[in-house]
Design a protein around this ligand. Structure first.
Ligand code: C2E
Ligand code: CA
Ligand code: CA
Length: 575
């Protein structure tokens, strides 16, 4: 078919048919328009069934097909597979009902390459108003598309690592959330943070740090290729954020373990190696939250929590809420526990390092709850502190332990008594008064009572607390600095503090045989204690070797499982 004729025919259909001169002129104008169109645009004409009847040179040029290969075919010949079926369905609905359609289409040329065209399809109608022919006018926008892609890439991908950036993550999560809200399927958001990355930057330089990030990001990216429904992005600094879809908590757990595996092989950069370790925090939709910000924030706090307690993976819900609810349970149970007499005092012997004689005991609180069982003081004391139950409990321990020790006195054992006192107790104005009352009521010799306060309390106390400690001392009661070595006290401070006893923390004693630094430090601490006129106690003594080492270094008093665990008063070995 002559294509020019065809084109004219289409256009003439819409012209008045009688005035021939006018028609001739009009035809001329139309031919001019067609010429202009052919010069500027890619033009094709199809019949109502979509069979191609006409293509211009530009069409052949861009599609790399010869004209005869195109005529008689449908546009399917240049379909790239880029667009959905719905996209074309919508297009056909528009032009099939006689409306002009505009859109951008990605087509595939004969050699397989893709090109973008901005397309206008005009339906021409017959007398009955049905489309008779479609004229498609296209312009090549491949360059523009490439630029757009470049700009999109710059705006959505991290420059250094090439993985998606925070913005694209938000967009992806937003879409995913919308979809999952319809289906109810789970998704997860995980913060993946490199541990001690700042050390890499500080010691090896920022350029090296950048290479570490790049290399690690490449591993993460590769990992996502093998794990469908995962999306990784760089959140900032050394933090990456991962989205997973349609995976249960157990499956997410497994997946994240495999992310930890990625750090098994050290990263090799410029002949140097660095083996990263990761802290990961996870929040699950819908369990933990159902908003973008909520999920991201929970994953972030879970990650920080994981880091703080030295764990490498933490789920927001699991670890946070379970812990919180147990804390609340304990908080509620303390009051009943006091009333029902569930608290007890155990005693651990303290021995003279030279004579091996028992000098006294340390009173340690115990709690057996009827349902929760034994709850360790390490768990309930911090809770009792922030709920202030410790004020009441602590006084009870002091009184109880004094009465018990009095009993031992009457049996002929002149034992001393150490009691732990929390800073919360020392903040109470009435503490000294109450202590004095107990001492006078029981007629207990104050010099046999020692109050243990932890090193950090000693250092960070307010003037008021320090004055209270002064007041305690003026009652004749002694003061011990507990857990020495775990805090940050300066020795100067110890001097000012004027404690009677220094208790070396059990972590020093535990490692004294194996840890060179501690091996050297313990004798120094003992010497300093002595120079400041303090008795030095080693706690956590468990082995014969430790005993010998401590004796050799002039430690005064020994306490630990080697001599006896904390026991109920009737079980204390008195001789
Ligand atoms: P602490 O004052 O440092 O008490 C010593 C802890 O070390 C006790 O743990 C004791 O059982 C344990 N221990 C003793 N010998 C050894 C040993 O040879 N090896 C090992 N591994 N551990 C040993 P416990 O009884 O679980 O108490 C934990 C902490 O709870 C105490 O640490 C103390 O800070 C606090 N606490 C206990 N009772 C009271 C109390 O009545 N009032 C206050 N405010 N705090 C208390
Ligand atoms: Ca203690
Ligand atoms: Ca201690």
């Amino acid at each position: 078919m002559d294509h020019e004729h065809s084109m004219n025919k289409v256009l003439i259909n819409h012209l008045p048919q009688d005035q021939s001169e006018q028609l001739r002129r009009t035809l001329k104008t139309l031919e001019d328009i067609q010429y202009a169109l052919d010069q500027s645009s890619i033009v094709a004409i199809t019949n109502p069934q979509g069979i191609i009847q006409y293509v211009n040179d530009k069409f052949c040029e861009i599609s790399k097909y010869d004209r005869h290969e195109l005529i008689g075919q449908t546009h399917y010949i240049i379909n790239s597979g880029y667009h959905t079926k719905a996209f074309f369905k919508n297009m056909w609905r528009t032009i099939g009902t006689g409306h002009v359609w505009h859109g951008e289409i990605c087509n595939q040329a004969k050699d397989g390459s893709l090109y973008w065209v901005k397309t206008t399809i005009v339906p021409f109608l017959d007398d009955r108003g049905k489309p008779e022919q479609y004229v498609a006018i296209r312009t090549d926008i491949s360059d523009q598309k490439r630029n757009e892609e470049k700009i999109f890439h710059m705006a959505h991908y991290d420059e250094l690592t090439g993985v998606a950036n925070r913005r694209l993550f938000y967009q992806t999560l937003e879409l995913a959330l919308e979809q999952h809200k319809r289906t109810g399927d789970p998704l997860s958001v995980s913060f993946i943070d490199m541990d001690r990355f700042s050390i890499v930057n500080d010691t090896m330089g920022h350029a090296f740090g950048d290479q570490v990030l790049k290399a690690f990001a490449a591993r993460l990216k590769e990992w996502t290729y093998y794990h469908e429904g995962t999306f990784i992005s760089r959140y900032g600094g050394d933090e990456f954020i991962l989205l997973t879809q349609n995976r249960s908590e157990e499956e997410v757990h497994e997946l994240l373990q495999s992310i930890h595996e990625l750090t098994k092989e050290p990263l090799k950069i410029e002949g140097e190696e660095w083996k990263p370790s990761l802290s990961i925090g996870v929040a699950m939709y819908p369990k933990d939250g159902d908003t973008i910000d909520g999920l991201i924030q929970y994953a972030d706090t879970a990650m920080y929590h994981a880091k703080n307690i030295g764990q490498n993976l933490m789920f927001h819900y699991q670890d946070f809420h379970e812990q919180l609810s147990r804390e609340m349970e304990i908080e509620r149970a303390i009051g009943d526990g006091i009333e029902n007499g569930e608290f007890m005092v155990y005693y651990q012997p303290k021995l003279d390092a030279y004579s091996n004689q028992i000098l006294g005991t340390e009173a340690l609180m115990r709690w057996e709850h009827p349902e929760l069982g034994f709850i360790s003081p390490g768990e309930f004391i911090p809770i009792a502190e922030h709920t202030k139950w410790i004020v009441q409990l602590g006084m009870w321990v002091i009184k109880q332990a004094i009465l018990q020790t009095k009993k031992w006195h009457t049996e002929g054992y002149e034992l001393s008594l150490s009691v732990n006192v929390s800073p919360v107790q020392l903040e109470q104005k009435l503490f000294i008064e109450k202590l004095r009352d107990i001492l006078t009521d029981t007629e207990f010799p104050p010099y046999l009572l020692e109050i243990e306060i932890t090193e950090n309390v000693a250092v960070s106390s307010s003037k008021e607390v320090l004055r209270r400690l002064e007041g305690i001392r003026s009652l004749g009661v002694k003061i011990a600095v507990d857990d020495f070595g775990t805090g940050y006290s300066s020795l100067n401070y110890l001097r000012e503090f004027k404690a009677d006893t220094l208790k070396i923390d059990k972590s020093f004693i535990r490692d004294v045989q194996t840890d060179h630094e501690k091996h050297c430090l313990v004798p120094t601490i003992i010497d300093i204690g002595h120079a400041l006129n303090m008795n030095v106690v080693a706690e956590g003594v468990e082995t014969k070797e430790q005993v010998e080492y401590l004796k050799f270094n002039d430690c005064d008093i020994l306490q630990g499982f080697y001599y006896g665990k904390p026991v109920p008063p009737e079980e204390l070995p008195l001789s």
